[in-house]
Design a protein around this ligand. Structure first.
Ligand SMILES: NC(=O)c1ccc[n+]([C@@H]2O[C@H](COP(=O)([O-])OP(=O)(O)OC[C@H]3O[C@@H](n4cnc5c(N)ncnc54)[C@H](O)[C@@H]3O)[C@@H](O)[C@H]2O)c1
Length: 436
C-alpha cells in the first residue's frame, strides 16, 4: 500500500518504519525539518530499540522517505495515518490543536484529489473528538463528505515506549473504529501480518477503549503500589503477594467484575475493604486509591437511587434485592440500602426475590430479615407478576435468569430501571440502564 504518516514522533516513526519494513511504500510528513532530514538520511528521530536499523534499511531500500510537504504526502498515498501529538493543556484537558491543524492540511489536499483516500487517526483522542473535530474539519477543508467521498477511521495505538517495535508487531489487540466498511477494510490491510485479536467497531467505542485501557493500566500500577506499601509495613513481601494474586486468572486477572453495573455488597467485600483500610490507618499509611473504593461504591448506590427518584412515580417494584443473584444473603446488599431510602421517603414498594422467601429462610438470614429489616419483609411478595401489576417503576436489582424477559412483559408507559443489564424490551416501556 502507499501510506503517508503525519507526525514523526514515537508513534509515527515506529509506524512508518515497521510498515515500510512490511513492504509498504511509506512517506512520513512532519513540519519539523530536523526530523524529516534525519529520516531521509536513514537515521531515527527517536531513541527506541531496533528502530534505527529498521529506518536505515527502509530508506535505503527506497520504501521510506520523509517530507515537510503535505501535498506530496497526500498525493503519494492512498491512506494517511495521523500520529500527531495530543498533549495535556494546563487545565488537564486534551490539546487537540495539532489534530485540528493536520486535518485542515489534509482536508485542503483532499479537495484536489479525486481518488478515494482514507484518513486514519492513530493519535489518542477523547471520545467525540473524531465526530466533533476531526471529521468536520476534514469535511470543511475538503468540501467532501466523510464516509462517502473519503474514508475515516480511528485506529488507536497500543505500543509502549522502550518496546515499541515489538509491540507494533505484537499488539495486545488491533482496534479499528470505522465510519464505513470500505475504510475499515483498508486499515485492516495494513495489519495483514500482525497476529493479534481484531476488533472492528464504531468510532466512539474505539476512542473510549484507548482511554479505558490507559486508565486501567494506571490504576493497576497505583493498586499494586498501595498493596506493596501495606505489605512493607506488615513485613510481608509485596512481590510474593502479587505473584500469588496474579496466578488467579478466574477472579483477579479476568473479565470477572469488569462489567459496569450496580454497587458491590455482601458479607465480604465491604467488610474486608474496611478492615484493610482501618489496619493501614493504624500503620500511618496514605492509600488514596484503596480509600476511594467505598466512596465510589456509595456513589453508585446514590446514582441508582436518584434514577428512581427522577421518575417521580410513587409505586416502585423491586426485582431482586439480595446482594447478587443466586443467594439469599442480604447483608450489606446495596439494594436493601436503596429500598430503605425509598421507604424513608414515603414511596410504596413491592419487592420480590425468589431466593429470599421468608417461609424458607433459616438461621442468620431469617434473623436478619425479621430483626434488622422487618419493614422490608412486609413488602415482600410471592411473584414477579405481583410486582409488575403494582409498579409504575420497576427496578431490576439482580441478574437472576427469571428477570431476563421482564422488559418484554411491561405495560406501555411503565418504566424499568435496570441495574444489571437484562435484555432490553421492545414494547414501548421506558428503559433506563444504570450506566449504559
Ligand atoms: N508515545 C507513545 O508511547 C504513545 C503510545 C500510544 C499512543 N500515543 C499517542 O499517539 C500520539 C502521538 O504521540 P507521540 O508520542 O508519537 O508524539 P510526539 O510528540 O513524539 O510526536 C508528534 C509529532 O507530530 C508532529 N506534528 C505536529 N503537527 C503536525 C502536522 N500538522 N503535520 C505533521 N506532523 C505534525 C510533531 O512535529 C512531532 O514530530 C499522541 O496522541 C499520543 O497520545 C503515544
Amino acid at each position: 500500500m502507499n501510506i503517508s504518516v503525519f507526525g514523526l514522533g514515537y508513534v509515527g516513526s515506529v509506524s512508518a518504519g515497521c510498515l515500510a519494513r512490511a513492504g509498504h511504500s511509506v512517506v512520513g510528513v512532519d513540519p519539523a525539518e530536523t526530523k524529516v532530514d534525519l529520516i531521509n538520511r536513514g537515521r531515527s528521530p527517536i531513541i527506541e530499540q531496533d528502530i534505527g536499523d529498521i529506518l536505515r534499511d527502509a530508506v535505503s531500500a527506497g520504501r521510506l522517505r520523509a517530507t515537510t510537504d503535505v501535498a506530496d504526502g497526500i498525493r503519494s498515498s492512498d491512506i494517511s495515518l495521523i500520529c500527531v501529538g495530543t498533549p495535556s493543556l494546563l487545565n488537564g484537558g486534551l490539546d487537540t490543536a495539532y489534530v485540528r491543524r493536520v486535518c485542515e492540511q489534509i482536508g485542503r489536499e483532499l479537495r484536489r484529489k479525486s481518488a478515494f483516500h482514507v484518513v486514519v487517526a492513530r493519535s489518542t483522542m477523547l471520545p467525540g473528538s473524531m465526530r466533533g473535530l476531526a471529521i468536520p474539519v476534514l469535511e470543511e477543508f475538503s468540501s467532501k463528505r466523510a464516509g462517502v467521498d473519503f474514508g475515516v477511521c480511528i485506529n488507536p495505538e497500543f505500543l509502549r515506549e522502550g518496546t515499541a517495535v515489538h509491540d507494533f508487531h505484537h499488539p495486545p489487540k488491533t482496534v479499528i473504529g470505522e465510519m464505513d466498511e470500505r475504510s475499515g477494510d483498508a486499515v485492516l490491510e495494513l495489519y495483514r501480518d500482525v497476529d493479534a485479536p481484531l476488533v472492528r467497531t464504531d468510532i466512539e467505542t474505539a476512542e473510549m477503549v484507548k482511554y479505558t485501557d490507559n486508565v486501567w493500566h494506571a490504576l493497576k500500577v497505583g493498586f499494586a503500589n498501595e498493596i506493596g506499601n501495606i505489605c512493607k509495613a506488615l513485613d510481608i513481601d509485596g512481590h510474593r503477594v502479587m505473584d500469588v494474586f496474579c496466578r488467579d486468572t478466574k477472579l483477579n486477572l479476568s473479565p470477572y467484575y469488569l462489567k459496569p453495573g450496580f454497587a458491590f455488597g455482601g458479607s465480604c467485600l465491604p467488610k474486608d475493604v474496611r478492615a484493610l483500610l482501618y489496619k493501614s490507618r493504624t500503620l500511618d499509611l496514605h492509600l488514596p486509591i484503596l480509600n476511594a473504593i467505598l466512596p465510589s461504591n456509595e456513589r453508585q448506590i446514590e446514582r441508582g437511587l436518584q434514577m428512581i427518584l427522577c421518575e417521580e412515580k410513587r409505586r416502585i417494584g423491586v426485582l431482586g434485592f439480595s446482594f447478587k443473584a443466586g443467594t439469599d444473603d442480604l447483608r450489606e446488599s446495596p439494594m436493601v440500602e436503596v429500598i430503605e431510602r425509598l421507604i424513608g421517603k414515603g414511596y410504596e414498594l413491592k419487592i420480590y426475590d425468589r431466593n429470599v422467601k421468608l417461609a424458607e429462610l433459616v438461621g442468620a438470614n431469617r434473623d436478619f430479615i425479621l430483626n434488622r429489616i422487618p419493614h422490608i419483609s412486609r413488602l415482600m411478595v410471592e411473584s414477579i407478576d405481583e410486582v409488575l401489576r403494582f409498579a409504575e417503576t420497576v427496578v431490576i436489582g439482580t441478574n437472576d435468569r427469571e428477570f431476563s424477559t421482564v422488559t418484554e412483559r411491561l405495560r406501555e408507559g411503565q418504566t424499568v430501571i435496570d441495574f444489571v443489564r437484562v435484555p432490553r424490551g421492545s414494547n414501548g416501556a421506558n428503559y433506563h440502564g444504570i450506566c449504559w
